[in-house]
Ligand binder design. Structure first.
Ligand SMILES: C[S@@+](CC[C@H](N)C(=O)[O-])C[C@H]1O[C@@H](n2cnc3c(N)ncnc32)[C@H](O)[C@@H]1O
Length: 204
């Protein structure tokens, strides 16, 4: 995209090519892409709303796709250098590298989270923010992911934020050490979505 274009036109062009890429990915890999379109700006904002760039730690984003949630984090005030994106699809990883300068993008599976938490490009993790289609994975694998993020040393995240298109939390039976709450319901999205926040119930 020519960098001589005004900012607004460049953003519109990027959004349009992002939506086309998303749809192409969905046609090829419906399960792992999880949706026909990127999340709406309202859902992206709801995912970022409780995170605070004034507090310590960076953000690890799982399944960023074309980066709509990433950009909501940037608008919230997180510098790109304080966000690590783990994306399994090479096409999305390339798009992110081209459109979000300064972001660390690793073409990797989110289920290798432990290795990435041990090798962060910044100090500490305020939150893991996930757009993964978690429900295609077995419950035990989902539980392991949340437990890795919140409970496993050496680098534990303060919270794990996840959206779903369902009204029930996507991961349950995590034991007493982890609490979950609904932080938003966003009707303006295809499909209407709920945002969930997992946290340590008590410091262990
Ligand atoms: C429903 S889309 C969400 C994209 C973006 N966060 C949004 O809200 O528009 C799911 C994303 O997760 C990615 N993904 C699926 N499985 C993954 C995995 N195991 N590791 C990393 N990314 C994965 C897909 O490629 C896709 O980008």
């Amino acid at each position: 995209m020519p960098s001589s274009l005004p900012l607004r036109e460049r953003a519109q062009g990027r959004a349009g090519s992002g939506r086309r890429l998303f749809l192409r990915q969905f046609v090829r890999f419906p399960l792992s892409t999880g949706a026909q379109f990127p999340s709406s700006r309202w859902l992206a904002r709801a995912m970022a709303q409780d995170l605070d760039p004034g507090r310590a730690g960076g953000i690890v984003e799982l399944g960023p796709g074309t980066g709509v949630v990433t950009r909501a984090l940037l608008r919230r005030g997180f510098p790109a250098e304080r966000i690590l994106a783990l994306e399994i699809a090479p096409e999305f990883a390339r798009f992110l590298r081209e459109t979000v300068p300064g972001l660390t993008v690793r073409e990797a599976s989110a289920f290798e989270l432990a290795a990435h938490l041990a090798d962060l490009p910044f100090e500490g993790v305020q939150a893991v923010v996930s757009g993964l289609p978690l429900l295609i994975h077995p419950p035990a694998q989902r539980r392991r992911l949340i437990r890795t993020a919140l409970l496993d040393a050496p680098c534990r995240a303060g919270s794990f934020v996840q959206f779903t298109y369902f009204l029930r939390p996507p991961v349950t039976e995590l034991g007493e050490a982890v609490a979950v709450e609904r932080t938003a319901f966003v009707p303006w999205n295809l499909y209407p979505a709920t945002v969930w926040r997992y946290r340590r119930a008590r410091e262990t």
